[in-house]
Design a binder for this molecule. Structure first.
Ligand code: MLT
Length: 202
């Protein structure tokens, strides 16, 4: 996968896996990593799917309706890429925290829905429920931050609550931060994510 790897100054800090939104790329969230954990190594990945020229992490059939088969395949592709990258760049595979926005948050959520040891934690900015009707692996105590908009037209507050409930039932420790900025990712939301990160991973 096309990506950027930046070696951090503190090897004990989790590696941040950055996952952009639809139409973004591996450069987009680098400033978030600086705000959340400036000493961490960063693995920032570009989605392999193109929708009218816009990179994404998996196909969708229409706005908010995911191609499940492709979601499962692409989730495995990303999972395998994390394994390969840990070997290639010599970082601890068990110490990765995802930071995803929108489509990137959805594939990060999908990692949690499908794999037991995929992530040590996750910051999900404006995520949706990636899949329904499956049993999640155990993700006991896994810290998850969800940034959500009370007025998000793409991900309704009800869907945010549903995602939090599914993850909590699988064992995760979920923190929701509500905002009123629609689907936008605001600086205030990233600052809240940074504060949450430092409480959970320092
Ligand atoms: C998705 O397709 O993952 C969601 O609709 C969010 C987005 O617009 O990318």
């Amino acid at each position: 996968m096309i990506h950027i790897f930046k070696q951090g100054t503190d090897e004990k800090k989790p590696v941040l896996l950055l996952l952009h939104g639809t139409g973004g790329n591996e450069e987009d969230l680098l400033t978030l990593a600086e705000m959340i954990s400036p000493d961490s190594s960063v693995l920032s990945v570009r989605g392999n799917v193109l929708e009218n020229g816009m990179p994404r992490f998996f196909r969708r059939l229409s706005e908010g309706v995911f191609d499940e088969e492709d979601l499962i395949l692409r989730t495995k592709e990303l999972y395998d890429f994390m394994d390969e990258s840990a070997e290639k760049y010599a970082f601890d595979r068990q110490n990765i925290v995802a930071v995803g926005y929108s489509n990137g948050a959805n594939i990060a959520g999908s990692l949690l829905f499908h794999y037991e040891n995929s992530l040590k934690g996750a910051i999900l900015h404006h995520p949706m429920v990636p899949r329904r009707g499956i049993e999640l692996p155990t993700i006991t105590q896994l810290p998850v931050f969800i940034g959500a908009g009370k007025n998000d037209p793409i991900c309704s507050p009800e869907e945010t609550e549903e995602l939090a409930k599914i993850l909590t039932e699988a064992g995760a420790s979920v923190h929701i931060k509500w905002d009123h900025m629609g689907h936008q990712l605001s600086r205030a939301e990233v600052e809240d994510a940074a504060e949450w990160f430092n409480k959970n991973f320092s």
